[in-house]
Design a protein around this ligand. Structure first.
Ligand code: GLY
Ligand code: MN
Ligand code: MN
Length: 445
């Protein structure tokens, strides 16, 4: 029987995209304009391209799904503040490469004030920018910078007497990223859905797992669920690492056999309406933890549960990470993987032999989402609407000086948490992580 299809949340409305643009423009000084290009198609091999993925900042402000588009924001312009340039309609070409919205569709469906096809860009763009003194653009985008330089040259050459020309460029990305960091109710609905779909995919992989399968076959289970539930696919390259492959943090081969008696680590999440889920689970290939696997697993799980319980407005990711480091180090000492005093092993950094990444990152349109982690040099306090991951792990090197039972074992447990007024809402709670729950799910099949 095919899996049940989950009800899908509403997409972001044209009104919300419009409100986002207004919020951004309200922060800009008088006489400024914004140039924000969307993403381009990227060749994969000769005539084939990678599946198109819109630039996240561009998507956040427009929801416009096509390549080769440019958003121009002109605060205070009577004839319309939000102007889009997009691909030309071309019925003959569209038969080959797919339908295009065109300028009319962009205004109709995306709440833009005006839109023009790219064929008109050269004649219109400089005119639109006349009188604007500061151009905001993503300064790390070489193409955007080249475009802004060319426009400045054009405007200077044709400046009417006394009319200001752009004297400066400023970065727009930081402002957009701060906006993106705090998710709206509609974004949280999409992220709840991305969390639930990702959770179902992990549960499905757990149920399917058995010795003798290849890692890629669990990947196929996950990704089938992603697409089945309307996702565009994985939000990042799915990691399925059996045995010691779990210790390779960005393991991508997913081609080894899954062996009886070993653990498998899966780090995978769906992309739904461009929002990412990001879950890691680690479980026994044969459905039963050995004593050593369970001992190490319980250390990671306890640290993760305590970290999730600590999420609330006002705390920082740095303090959550410090708590995790302490809990993991205490577990390592208890299991004989580190010796001596727990605080001393935290202070001298020897825990880093087993735990080398941080505990959390922001999550949203990008899996490692945008938004500053620090303010004025200090870790920033969490606020409602932020979404983060909580993902402690322990990775035991295959080294002679370590207890044999743990060598080569890699365990990570990762959930996605939205900060609420009172605490945290776990978006990925429906996939088991307690030992008894994992074992129960795996033996019922
Ligand atoms: N899947 C990427 C990460 O967990 O950060
Ligand atoms: Mn993550
Ligand atoms: Mn992950």
């Amino acid at each position: 029987m095919p899996p049940a299809t989950l009800p899908r949340p509403a997409p972001i409305s044209a009104d919300e995209y419009r409100a986002r643009r207004h919020t951004l423009m309200a922060q800009l000084p008088a006489g400024s304009a914004v140039l924000l290009p969307g993403a381009a198609l990227v060749t994969r091999s000769r005539d084939s391209e990678f599946a198109f993925r819109q630039d996240s900042d561009f998507h956040y402000l427009t929801g416009f799904p096509e390549p080769e588009a440019l958003l121009v924001l002109l605060p205070g312009r009577q004839a319309g503040e939000s102007v889009l340039f997009c691909q030309d309609r071309d019925p003959a070409l569209e038969t080959w490469t797919g339908r295009r919205l065109g300028a009319e569709g962009a205004v109709r469906d995306h709440g833009l004030d005006q839109a023009f096809e790219n064929a008109e860009r050269d004649e219109r763009l400089a005119l639109l920018l006349e009188g604007r003194e500061v151009l905001y653009l993503p300064l790390d985008d070489a193409d955007a910078l080249a475009l802004a330089e060319a426009l400045r040259g054009e405007l200077s050459a044709h400046a009417r007497r006394g009319a200001p020309v752009p004297t400066g460029f400023a970065d727009i990305s930081g402002l957009i990223h701060e906006q993106r960091l705090i998710k709206s109710a509609a974004e949280l609905s999409l992220m709840r859905h991305a969390g639930e779909v990702s959770a179902r995919a992990h549960a499905r992989a757990m149920r399917a797992c058995r010795p003798g399968l290849v890692e890629s076959q669990l990947q196929a289970e996950l990704e089938h669920e992603f697409r089945w539930q309307g996702g565009s696919g994985p939000a990042y390259a799915s990691i399925v690492g059996g045995g010691p492959n779990a210790c390779v943090l960005h393991y991508l081969e997913n081609a080894a056999p899954l062996r009886d008696g070993e653990l498998v680590l899966i780090d995978a999440g769906v992309e739904f309406d461009l929002y990412a889920g990001d879950i890691t689970r680690t479980f026994p290939v044969n459905g039963r933890f050995t004593a050593a696997q369970r001992a190490l697993y319980e250390v990671v799980l306890a640290a993760q549960e305590r970290a999730i319980a600590a999420v609330r407005p006002g705390v920082t990711l740095a303090s959550i990470h410090a708590g995790v480091v302490h809990d993991l180090t205490a577990g390592l000492v208890e299991l004989g993987l580190l010796a001596g005093d727990v605080q001393a092993r935290v202070d001298d950094g020897s825990y880093q032999r087993f735990y080398l990444h941080s505990t959390s990152h922001w999550l949203g349109l990008d899996v490692h989402d945008v938004g500053a982690y620090r303010r004025a040099g200090e870790p920033r306090p969490l606020c409602p609407g932020m979404v983060l991951t909580v993902e402690p792990g322990l990775y035991v090197p295959d080294a002679d000086d370590l207890p044999e039972a743990f060598r080569g074992m890699g365990i990570r447990i990762e959930d996605d948490v939205a900060v609420t007024a009172e605490g945290g809402e776990v978006l990925t709670a429906s996939v088991p992580k307690r030992v008894a729950d994992i074992e129960a799910l795996m033996v019922t099949e």
